[in-house]
Structures are given as C-alpha cells and as structure tokens.
Design a protein around this ligand. Structure first.
Ligand code: CLR
Length: 398
C-alpha cells in the first residue's frame, strides 16, 4: 500500500514527490520534500553520532596490545552505527530530510562521562556547494582524536535513493601514535514509496590502521543472507594475512557478538539497544555564537516544529539571502570565507599512505578540497591542544 506511512493530509504531496524524485539529479540538498518529511535538525549535528558512547570512543587508548586496540576501534565504530543511521527513525518515526547547513555553520558541544572524562565536539560546514561537513572530536585526557569530513553523492534507482559517502574519518591515539583510517559506508533509503523512509547500509567498508590491522565490515539487509535488516559481518585481520583474528556479526541496531577467530568462541556480546548513550551538552541558545547551528536556525526550527510552512519558508529565505550577500561580497573582494576550525590542504599525507594500502581514493573535487582540523585555529578558540602549547609553538615558529 503506497503511502501507508504518510499522514492523510499529505497523501497528494507525497505522490507528487514520488513523481519528481524519478528525475532526481543527485543533489540531495535541492530535493524538495513535503513538509511532514522535513526535520528541524541540521546536518552539522550529525557529526555528534561518532561519540555518543564516550567510553567506547576512548577504550582503544587504554589497551597496551595493538591487536586489542584495533578490535576496540572496530567495536566502537560498530557501536556508532545505530546513532548514525537509525536514530531519526527511532525518534521521529522515519528518516527525515535534514536542514542543509550554511557555509561556516557550527555545531559545538561536549560529553562528560564518568570514566571517559570530557570529549569535545567541533563540527563545521566547510562547503555549502557541494555540502561538506567537517568535524573533530577530541578527548584530551585520553589522547583520542577523531577528525574527518564528508559529503554525499546520491542517485535514484528503482524506488530507492542510493547514497555514496565521500570523505573519510581518521582516528588518532596519541599515546601509541597510531592512526586509523575509517571508510564511510554506502547506504540507501528504503520505504520511500510507503512514505516511511529509513536507512539501510550496503556493500562494505574498511578500517585500516598504521599498526597494520585491517577490519572489513560487510553489510546486508532484509532478504539477504541472514534475512534480518541492519545486518553485518566483520573480520579483523593482520594486513596481508589470511588468518581471521576476530569476527563480529549480528545487527548494528540490535545484538552483535565478538568471536575469536572465524567464529565458535564468543568473547563478548554487545547490545546496541540497551547500551545507553551519553547526552551531548551544548551551550544555551543565548550564549551561543551566531554561527552555531541551533541559534542560527532557531526560528526555522520552531516553525517546522509548529508545522508552519509559511514561516519556515520566510525564515529559511532570510538565511539564504544573507548567505548570498556574503558570497557576493567575498567575490567582489577576491577572498574566501575563512573556516573557523578547518583548513584546506593540497593533500593529507597520512590519509594518502593509509588509503593507498586499501585502495581508497581521495576525491578532493567532490568535497571542495581536502580538509584538515587546524589545531592552531582551534587553540585560538580554546579548543584541542592547550592554549599555552599553541602559544609556545607560535613563538618557536617565529
Ligand atoms: C550524514 C553523515 C552522518 C551519517 C549520515 C546518516 C544519514 C544520512 C546522512 C549522513 C546524509 C543525509 C541523508 C541521511 C539519510 C537521509 C538523508 C542521506 C550520510 C537525505 C538527505 C534525506 C532524503 C530525503 C528522504 C527522506 C525522502 O555521519
């Protein structure tokens, strides 16, 4: 039954949407979806899904065995998937279309966790056209830092939207000077014709470490091998070796088991449903920077939540016009918007060396360049490395 998940009053707008989507041009931001499918959350907020289990995020740093660390990284990665790809579904009843962030939009916050301590989140929209969000997530106490950026390439085929993520994430463990390159999984959107879209992951993705471990995760959904939605199987191997050190399988929204070798001996069982997340703390609206997401979008968000589409349109246009003016002025003055926390670089050597080992290609033309977290910029705003250290370095450089 087509449109079963659509509110009665929106039936015709949804069937209209289904018609327009067949000629979808690949630009997700330009997709005009009916009001009931609009979310009041901006994409800059999605970076927070990486560390809603701060204890799992820092766990790799606490282990003295490189092999165990690689396993901890894999487990943490798997634990993020439920937040990343299924939380809107659970909270809002279906996947929704997020707000398209403006250039320079920020989403800042931190998690305080009883054992992991403080983990800081910096998320910034580094490109508007195409949309690219960059982020750094830092736990200074345990010397754990995740940085990355991503955009999406989408296409429509046979009733689903296929989304390939471009960009990557890199995890650094300071104490062991270890780097992990995390490939972002491809996804598609199911349930569109019913008006109840949800994300399913597909194909596979890889995590490769500077210490020589490779994790490969294979995703499958309903009607595949296991028959259950949100399924996966993962293995951890030493690079270039066939022997499977650990295997993990189950559902990323449910239960999965970590097993020794190819599988018999279960070492640990993880339940994504019962493992509670730590809430992100963010500043109250009136003390936020004007570029911070919730402050900047507050009027739009209130209008969406009230179902007032006229006001939504008016308030959105205000932001868009303001942005247009800024771009025009920059163009006239021959300069570019200064990103607050990130810098575009020619190439990221670390990324390149890790990527080459597993055949991942950098795609700077799809993300308006290669982005790195700029510690000097961040220190100026009191983030990341301690301020004094940054000042000392500045003195040495001069
Ligand atoms: C953004 C980066 C996060 C992981 C993630 C999860 C869900 C993805 C989202 C990313 C990008 C935007 C996305 C969303 C699911 C649906 C939504 C593809 C990759 C699109 C724009 C919504 C289309 C509208 C339908 C609901 C009709 O780390």
């Amino acid at each position: 039954d087509e449109g079963a998940g659509v509110p009665p009053a929106a039936k015709s707008s949804w069937s209209q949407f289904l018609k327009t989507i067949t000629s979808f041009n690949g630009d997700l931001a330009s997709l005009t979806a009916p009001p009931f499918i609009l979310s009041s959350t901006s994409l800059t907020e999605y970076s927070s899904y990486w560390a809603e289990h701060p204890d799992l995020f820092v766990a790799p740093a606490l282990d003295s065995s490189p092999q165990q660390r690689a396993l901890h990284v894999l487990k943490w990665f798997l634990s993020t998937l439920k937040q990343q790809y299924s939380s809107r579904n659970e909270k809002l009843g279906s996947e929704k279309k997020p707000l398209n962030p403006f250039l320079g939009e920020l989403f800042l916050g931190h998690w305080d966790h009883p054992t992991a301590g403080r983990t800081e989140l910096i998320s910034e929209q580094v490109s508007h056209h195409p949309p690219v969000t960059a982020y750094a997530i830092i736990n200074a106490q345990h010397g754990v830092k995740l940085e990355g950026y991503n955009g999406q390439k989408a296409s429509f085929a046979r009733g689903t939207i296929n989304v390939r993520q471009v960009g990557h994430a890199m995890l650094h463990l300071e104490k062991w000077d270890e780097h992990y390159l995390i490939q972002l999984p491809s996804l598609h959107i199911e349930g569109i014709i019913y008006g109840a879209p949800y994300v399913e992951l597909n194909k596979s993705c890889t995590i490769v470490s500077s210490s020589g471990y490779v994790a490969k995760i294979d995703f499958s959904g309903k009607g595949w091998i296991s028959g259950k939605k949100n399924s996966f199987t993962a293995t951890l191997t030493k690079e270039g070796a066939k022997e499977v050190l650990y295997s993990i399988d189950g559902q990323w929204t449910g239960n999965f088991e970590i097993k020794e070798g190819k599988g018999k001996n279960v070492l640990e069982s993880y339940n994504a449903k019962t493992n509670m997340t730590t809430p992100l703390a963010i500043a109250p609206l009136d003390s936020q920077d004007p570029l911070e997401s919730r402050r900047a979008w507050s009027k739009v968000q209130a209008a969406i939540q009230a179902g007032d589409m006229d006001t939504t349109g008016v308030e959105k246009s205000k932001i868009e016009n303001e942005q247009r003016e800024l771009r025009k002025k920059e163009k006239e003055e021959g300069r570019e918007w200064e990103r607050r926390f990130f810098t575009r670089v020619e190439e990221n050597k670390l990324f390149k060396t890790l990527a080459e080992r597993v055949g991942i290609e950098p795609e700077p033309e799809k993300t308006d360049g290669v982005w790195i977290f700029d510690e000097a910029k961040a220190a100026k705003w009191g983030y990341g490395k301690k301020k004094e250290e940054a000042e000392k370095e500045a003195v040495l450089e001069n």
